[in-house]
Design a protein around this ligand. Structure first.
Ligand code: ACO
Length: 150
């Protein structure tokens, strides 16, 4: 068990990507390739941060701000560090930053069967506002669209 006081949330860097890809591949049926993270790191609208404990990356988030909307694209925590509050801290840090930049709503899509993630979002106040049928090409699973008023 780690103490959350040991957790640092910092900007994502290119040299973090090998560690991030390992977490990504352990977390998603169709992981983002490294190139996708590289593009996000170059984009001015992207918010890319990592959570570290003693220099080891344990989680990350990628999000966009479009006008006054925050779009959460990708969040994951290393399987060995889940259920310790890291996902919640990373997401709150992102939402707080976007709020201070003027975002007033946050939006995301999540697989209908991803109960862990849906519970995290509900804990922070997100509500389901729609379904995109067959949204995920790999499994044909529906996406639940969730929204939070910041
Ligand atoms: N069972 C039930 N509730 C859960 C679970 C679980 N396994 N995991 C998280 N929660 C909920 C709980 O409400 C929890 O609060 P509580 O501990 O007070 O009950 C809350 O989420 C916060 O939990 P954290 O410990 O902060 O969550 P964690 O660090 O484990 O990260 C995450 C959650 C990111 C969803 C993790 O399970 C993960 O990496 N999953 C694989 C990748 C993934 O599915 N990412 C989201 C895809 S959608 C998108 O990216 C937009």
């Amino acid at each position: 068990m780690i103490a959350l006081s040991e957790l640092l949330i910092e900007e994502m860097r290119t040299e973090d990507l090998n560690e991030i890809i390992e977490i990504e591949e352990a977390s998603f049926p169709t992981p983002w390739p490294k190139r996708m993270f590289e593009l996000e790191l170059k984009s001015t609208r992207s918010f890319c941060r990592v959570a570290r404990v003693s220099s080891v990356i344990v989680g990350y988030i990628v999000a966009w701000m479009i006008y006054d909307e925050a779009h959460i694209l990708n969040i994951a925590v290393h399987p060995d560090f889940r259920r310790m509050g890291i996902g919640e801290m990373v997401l709150r840090d992102c939402l707080d930053n976007f709020f201070s930049l003027g975002a007033r709503t946050a939006l995301l899509e999540v697989r209908r069967g991803n109960d862990e993630a849906k519970r995290l979002y509900e804990k922070l106040g997100f509500k389901s506002v729609g379904i995109r049928r067959g949204y995920y090409a790999d499994t044909g699973e529906d996406a639940v669209v969730m929204k939070l008023r910041l």
